[in-house]
Ligand binder design. Structure first.
Ligand code: HEC
Ligand code: HEC
Length: 337
């Protein structure tokens, strides 16, 4: 009896030793490909200060700047929906439909560029251009509208103390940009990368391995599991045959007019991807498992089994993070006095 217990004990020890080794090998591999999220997404051009973040958050929720008084950033980037609007394509002012799907604003400020085709340099430029009525005409006369609200004038002075006329399109970009740079959502995957082998379930670890071995990591890698490069959507077959997209979007070609950029898009960040359907630049695919199957097929020419898809989806679930209490608190906006 003693013998058997001893034997069982040794076997268990060996087994757990083996799985522990495999586990840490996967963890090391993962650490070479990915990085845990930083606390905030710093920028040399736009240092984050509490005064800027406070103002930026208010402006993010502010509807009074829009043409019809109904549109704010938060209308299309709702925190209750992980920084998206859940629509295939966003509805702008006058119920005009935006040309593409709204990506999340969470963990978005450290990418190679902003927007699906990378036509905005960074979050600061993205906001300034939106506010100066480019590209979609949701906002008008924002500076004049802000200057009559005393509370805002003070907030701009506090955030930009060196500036002679602090209420400006540029500073709106810097303030909202600073706020967006705080929108970081640490997840179980970050805990795993930091060494907690129990942060992922067994299925999630298998999914991570499948994600690596299948080749998804050629494009979706780094801290944000994407956001670092541009790639053709549909390397092995036209994407619309699989997504059933009605309108064919030419991608970065629209920006560069270079044939090599036909159907090229920014590789999107996959953080919180399980919470941000529908998928792809046109929101043409509703279910994450379908997006994963299509990716494997047309980016890598691989037919994944349902089991592999399930594992990858499970791994992607480990990228769902938590928003800080600060992010989730709705600000009280300055009244018109
Ligand atoms: C009417 C809906 C709508 C409003 C309002 C809106 N957005 Fe967006 N946002 C979108 C859409 C659609 C895209 C994708 C545009 C594209 O790629 O062509 C986008 C893209 C972005 C991106 C790029 C994310 C990435 O991963 O590339 C950021 C950042 C962003 N918006 C922030 C903001 C801010 C800040 C405001 C307020 C000033 C704002 N948005 C207002 C719909 C909206
Ligand atoms: C060759 C580069 C490349 C490879 C390899 C690749 N992807 Fe992608 N992925 C992209 C691009 C580009 C897009 C954006 C497509 C679009 O909508 O225009 C994308 C989009 C996605 C989306 C949709 C995200 C969203 O928010 O809409 C998911 C999910 C995804 N990929 C998962 C995967 C998985 C899982 C694998 C491996 C099976 C994989 N990708 C392999 C380049 C790649």
């Amino acid at each position: 009896m003693k013998h058997i217990t001893l034997l069982a004990g040794v076997t268990l020890l060996l087994l757990s030793g083996v799985s522990h080794a495999a586990n840490s090998k996967l963890m090391q591999q993962a650490n070479r490909l990915f990085k845990p999220l930083p606390k905030v997404m710093q920028s040399e051009q736009n240092p984050i200060t509490p005064a800027k973040v406070k103002l930026g958050k208010m402006l993010f929720y502010e509807t009074r700047l829009s043409v019809d008084g109904t549109v704010s950033c938060e209308k299309c980037h709702m925190f209750s929906l992980y920084g998206t609007d859940g629509l295939q394509k966003s509805a702008a002012a006058d119920c005009k439909v935006a040309p593409r799907n709204a990506p999340t604003v969470l963990n978005a400020a450290d990418q190679i560029s902003e927007h699906w085709i990378g036509n905005m340099k960074n979050v600061e430029e993205q906001t300034s251009k939106a506010m100066s009525n480019m590209p979609n005409g949701n906002y008008t006369n924002v500076v004049a509208k802000l200057e009559v609200i005393k509370g805002y004038v003070k907030l701009f002075k506090d955030a930009f103390p060196q500036d002679k006329s602090p209420v400006s399109i540029k500073n709106i970009g810097l303030a909202i940009g600073a706020f967006e740079r705080t929108l970081v959502t640490p997840s179980p995957f970050d805990a795993y990368l930091r060494g907690d082998g129990h942060a992922l379930t067994r299925e999630q670890k298998e999914g991570l391995k499948t994600f690596i071995d299948t080749g998804c990591i050629h494009c979706h890698n780094g801290t944000y599991v994407g956001g670092g490069m541009y790639m053709k959507f549909g390397i092995f077959a036209p994407y619309w045959k699989y997504t059933k997209s009605k309108k064919i979007d030419k991608g970065r070609y629209e920006l560069t007019k270079n044939k090599a950029d036909l159907y090229v898009f920014k590789v999107p960040v996959l953080r919180n991807v399980a919470m941000t359907p529908p998928y792809f630049h046109d929101g043409s695919v509703n279910r994450l498992q379908d997006a994963v199957r299509i990716m494997a097929k047309i980016q890598l020419n691989k037919d994944l089994s349902n089991d592999d898809i399930k594992k990858i989806v499970s791994f992607l679930g480990s990228l769902t993070g938590t928003m800080s209490k600060d992010t989730l608190t709705v600000p009280v906006l300055p009244p018109l006095e």
